[in-house]
Design a binder for this molecule. Sequence first.
Ligand SMILES: [Cu+2]
Length: 89
Amino acid sequence: MAELAPKVYEIKIKDMEFEPPTCNIKQGDRVYWTNLETAGMHNATAKDKSFNCGDLPSGGWKSGQYQVAKTTEYGCRFHPGMKGVVKVE
Ligand SMILES: [Cu+2]
């Protein structure tokens, strides 16, 4: 049986929110974070520090690959109100 190819997901950062707020992926999939604001920095840091996309300026993006099945809450270090979840199964 052929193995399923890893998928790529995009989490958009816009209007001070992560979209989608919960990203459901499978082990080995990749997530792209894209800052679509016209100005301003954003960031996505896991609560448990298991990932950090770095500081993203307007137009910036960063990808990460997730190998471990778990649910991780994350937030933006610049804006405490911005929250999201990556669920890896
Ligand atoms: Cu932010």
